[in-house]
Design a protein around this ligand. Sequence first.
Ligand code: NAP
Ligand code: G4F
Length: 325
Amino acid sequence: MPTALITGITGQDGLYLSELLLAKGYDVHGVVRGQNNPKRELVRRLLPDVRLHNGDLTDLSSLMRALRDSRPDEVYNLGAVSFVAYSWENAFVTSDVTAHGVLNVLEAVRLHEDDAGSVRFYQASSSEMFGKVAEVPQHERTLLWPRSPYGVSKVYGHYMTINYRESYGMHASSGILFNHESPRRGPEFVTRKISQAVARIKLGLQDELVLGNLDAQRDWGFAGDYVEAMWLMLQQPVGDDYVIATGETHSIRDFLDIAFAHVGIDDWTPYVRQDPRFMRPAEVDQLVGDASKARDVLGWKPRVSFGDLVAMMVDADLEATQQGW
Ligand code: NAP
Ligand code: G4F
């Protein structure tokens, strides 16, 4: 039975990846931070077969201990301060976790490998690294021009992963994932903020949705499809970098159109107000990825369309709101 260790197991992708690996027969271990993290119970409830280890990306020895105790064949580094807006106000914490945390995991794997042999490593890189995009669509060799402390931190982790591959011959892969969403998406991200609000407006519990920039465009896919690409990368003979995206881009307005129409509201303008509070110091205006390398080498392609993703999220929030979850 192969063994996997996942940082960020309590997050959206950590939960989907755990389910995928358990279904494939893996022994799944996860790193959970904090002395009283409420998400620990969530993982225990949803995934009773996963084994949890205390650890923090900023604490090298805790990661070494998690590796020693789990003895993984594959390590997926999904942990991060992942909210771009938050990263301007907490740039040092973001750098500690999202940048230097990657170095800590790579070091822990390298030192562990000296004793235990080869371990395959996955780094959660991001389309946010493309920032002020140099070309459309973006691919693996597109210039990186990050526009936030989060984006800069991801560039550090990305190049550090490549550096460990080249310096130590490590089987290290970097997935440059474009935005991916699901009913498990954190409520701070725009898609979930919209799907929750649409459900509440439909049910008469809310009458206004306050947003920032409605014109930014994102290449949005379904998280369940994207974790499959992570696994596929680690099944290849050598580590490499892959863009994972749908190849379609949509604005926040497009998302609003479909989400409101799904509950029978054709004109959302009376419900939506823009507030400078939600505008960013620097914006990433348009992201759209070219995932042809992943299609050709990994045989990966997205399954869930943009329209189906929006509908899935709104339906899940309607049910959750009605059930009082
Ligand atoms: P998420 O839901 O925000 O999950 C982030 C995870 O990181 C959580 O489990 C969180 O734990 C953990 N974490 C935060 N600080 C930590 C620390 N100091 N030590 C250990 N763990 C820590 O993010 P996601 O959407 O699943 O994304 C997974 C990864 O992919 C992240 O690295 C993200 O930056 C990257 N990414 C995401 C997307 C996307 O569209 N979703 C696109 C590209 C790249 P707590 O629960 O304790 O907070
Ligand atoms: O949903 P967002 O916060 O996601 P963002 O910034 O694209 O970052 C996500 O995707 C990255 C991949 O490219 C990941 F690496 C990262 O970890 C995260 O998962 O914002 C999307 C867009 C932005 O242009 C933002 O300005 O929506 C715009 N927006 C407009 N109003 C808003 C809001 N975003 C949020 N969060 N809240 C608003 O009220």
